[in-house]
Write a protein that binds this ligand. Structure first.
Ligand code: OKP
Ligand code: ZN
Length: 342
């Protein structure tokens, strides 16, 4: 299986996150990408390629143009306005009640950022662009006939919706790749999101559509981030009704519970008849993850990979979360080799 990886990802090194009013080191750090890269290299999984070039139009197929412009130019505007930190929000456009982007950068930050875990630093835009292009490159590898490919993206993307970033992420790499597949006229997409957190961004982007089935296993949103979506009764709307499926799971979930929901999601994906499967691969379900509360073990990732392989679909893996720095690499490689060996 080929991996697509941009070593530039390290230019996005958030100075901090603000959690419950406390300024702390950001759990989403460059060592995550470096460690997964090293583990993939050492595993001999397959070639590691740099992203190809794509265009902004591939990104704005999913994301709002004003939002993308904010991601591109926001850091410079923030500095020009005299702010000393990286770009953070301190006001929020709750439930998108207002559709007029503010003119000043401190207003825009709140308009386009949904929480205080996410920030824009000097190198962020370049990293986001390369990360999205990595997903698009890996998609082309799968569309070109490979059974699977791995987009080693950083930062994660599944909390990014059409016009807002959040949860450490700003561009929805999985959604951008899925949309490109649809735009090529290649058929229908299923997204299986196994990150610990609900992918509210991906759900949002496709909520009214029937050309993409979104299935997500995640922590109960009543108890953990992103808090305001991920419930089982969110099933899609309009033409999209029935094409969104959430599996909120209790704190402490281990393989015995997890595998039941995974098998159910696999049944739905199978019944949908997708032409490609995009896996939002987060390994923050790991028992020692510092920000999460599931209990999966390293060998369970091989089981997840094998269950995914049973679907027999061309499969694009896109990196999402995972914050146990010392085990993120082995856990990701287990999932990918578990898929390959099955
Ligand atoms: C992104 B992804 C911990 C606070 C965590 C944000 C979580 C973002 C997760 N200090 N809040 O889904 O892995
Ligand atoms: Zn996560």
């Amino acid at each position: 299986m080929k991996t697509v990886y941009a070593d530039k990802h390290a230019l996005h090194a958030p100075s901090q996150e603000i959690y419950c009013g406390q300024v702390m080191p950001c759990a989403e750090k460059p060592a995550r990408g470096d460690n997964v890269h090293r583990a993939v290299r050492e595993s001999g999984l397959g070639d590691i390629l740099a992203p190809q070039n794509f265009s902004l139009a591939d990104i704005t197929r999913v994301h709002d143009a004003g939002y993308v412009d904010f991601l591109k130019t926001g850091y410079a505007a923030w500095k020009k306005a005299g702010f000393e930190t990286d770009v953070f929000a301190c006001n929020f456009n709750l439930r998108q009640a207002c559709n007029t982007p503010p003119q000043v950068i401190e207003g825009k930050a709140g308009y386009y950022l949904a929480d205080t875990s996410v920030s824009i630093t000097q190198g962020t835009w370049e990293v986001l662009e390369q990360s999205a292009y990595a997903a698009l490159t890996a998609l082309d590898i799968v569309a070109g006939g490979d059974r699977a490919a791995f987009a080693l993206c950083r930062p994660p993307g599944h909390h990014a919706s059409v016009a807002a970033g959040g949860g450490y992420g700003l561009l929805n790499n999985a959604a951008i790749a899925a949309q490109a597949f649809i735009d090529k006229g290649l058929g229908k997409v299923a997204v299986l999101d196994v990150d610990y957190h609900h992918g509210n961004g991906t759900q949002d982007i496709f909520y009214h559509r029937n050309d993409l089935l979104y299935c997500s296993l995640h922590a109960d949103p009543a108890l953990d981030f992103p808090y305001f979506s991920g419930y089982a009764d969110e099933k899609g709307a309009g033409a999209g009704e029935g094409f969104n499926r959430n599996y909120p799971l209790p704190m402490g979930t281990a393989w015995a519970t997890y595998k039941e929901s995974l098998a159910d999601a696999a049944r739905h994906i199978d019944a949908y008849g997708a032409d490609i499967l995009v896996v939002s691969l987060g390994v923050d379900t790991f028992k020692d993850d510092p920000i999460s509360q599931f209990k999966l073990e390293t060998d369970d990732y091989a089981r997840i990979g094998a269950e995914i392989a049973k679907l027999g679909k061309p499969t694009l893996f896109v990196m999402e979360g995972g914050y146990a720095i010392d085990q993120i690499g082995v856990n990701v490689v287990k999932a990918l080799t578990g898929f390959q060996g099955a």
